[in-house]
Design a protein around this ligand. Structure first.
Ligand SMILES: [Zn+2]
Ligand SMILES: [Zn+2]
Ligand SMILES: [Zn+2]
Length: 300
């Protein structure tokens, strides 16, 4: 299985459009330091791809990583290198890129997501919502599919995917999630196992059991410290308040769990991991863990 990191930044990417903090300035002025919104593409052999999340940067990510039609196959006309899309949850940085598919040829690309997210984005049969109707997206171009928890689908031959509930989005009084519930994805091929949770609020016992023995676990690195926003910008919200387990804690929890590679993604511009001189980077390295970067390619 080949995993290509299309983007490794949080909601606003790095740099954020209105920010000139040290991390954002470094990202603007140093080549290779910027991060688009988090997403990965998975394939068996580098051919057809399965996309996990569709970010506002999708079009540029596909161009940059070469996941576009091959010039030598031009005589076949328009082609999609994307075979299926799996969405983790309803936040904009993970979903709005699906609008990109409302142009060009219709490939009826399946879009799998938690059932409440499919209803939130696409509405119901015959009664489309904003996303369903934008550019006739769900009418003509993609096939929204409610993916039941733990149900395994095979979007590519020999590639199995299942979604499992994790904590991240807000819980409302009536028990529902706002704007949707959140899935982590377990992806398996030829004995290799990859768990993807770009946004995760807590490493519960269920999650820890699942990641044990995985070849690759890619997870949330929005904030290093729980009180990062208070430290950096005086905001009273903590990392846990916003549904992200802080890296300072997850590096300890994940030690000795028998995971092949632990790779952190979805970095916020405030995260000290973005500063190569900060001790956060050496703590990660000492543990044998890694920070993802745009264009990173992992073979498992
Ligand atoms: Zn996010
Ligand atoms: Zn910044
Ligand atoms: Zn989120």
């Amino acid at each position: 299985m080949i995993v290509t990191v299309l983007g490794s930044g949080s909601n606003g990417g790095v740099p954020q459009w209105d920010c000139c903090c040290d991390n954002c300035t470094r990202a603007r002025t140093t080549s290779g330091q910027s991060r688009t919104r988090s997403s990965v593409a998975v394939s068996i052999d580098g051919g057809q791809q399965v996309l996990f999340d569709a970010t506002p940067d999708l079009k540029f990510q596909l161009e940059k990583t070469g996941l576009t039609p091959r010039p030598e196959e031009a005589e076949h006309g328009r082609q999609s290198r994307i075979e299926a899309i799996f969405l983790t949850h309803g936040h904009g940085d993970h979903t709005v890129g699906v609008a990109e598919f409302s142009t060009g040829k219709s490939f009826s690309i399946p879009v799998y997501a938690p059932p409440d997210l499919i209803r939130f984005m696409f509405g119901s049969q015959g009664r489309c919502s904003f996303f369903g109707d934008i550019g006739r997206l769900a009418r003509n171009y993609v096939k929204p599919i409610e993916l039941e928890e733990e149900k395994t689908v095979e979007p590519l031959p020999e590639l199995k995917v299942s979604g499992f509930q994790i904590e991240h989005t807000d819980r409302l009084d009536d028990g529902s999630h706002f704007p949707s519930s959140t899935y982590g994805y377990e992806i398996e091929s030829d004995g290799a196992r990859f768990i993807y949770t770009p946004d995760i609020g807590r490493l519960s016992d269920e999650v820890l059991t699942r990641v044990k023995g995985a070849d690759l676990f890619m997870l949330d690195a929005t904030f290093w410290w729980d009180d990062e926003l208070a430290r950096v910008s005086g905001l009273a919200k903590t990392s846990y308040d916003l549904g992200h387990v802080p890296v300072e804690e997850s590096v300890e929890i994940l030690q000795g769990r028998g995971i092949g590679r632990v790779v952190y993604t979805h970095l916020n511009h405030t995260n000290p991991l973005l500063d190569p001189g900060h001790q956060a980077a050496s703590i990660l390295e000492e543990r044998g863990f890694e920070a993802a970067f745009d264009g990173m390619r992992i073979e498992i």
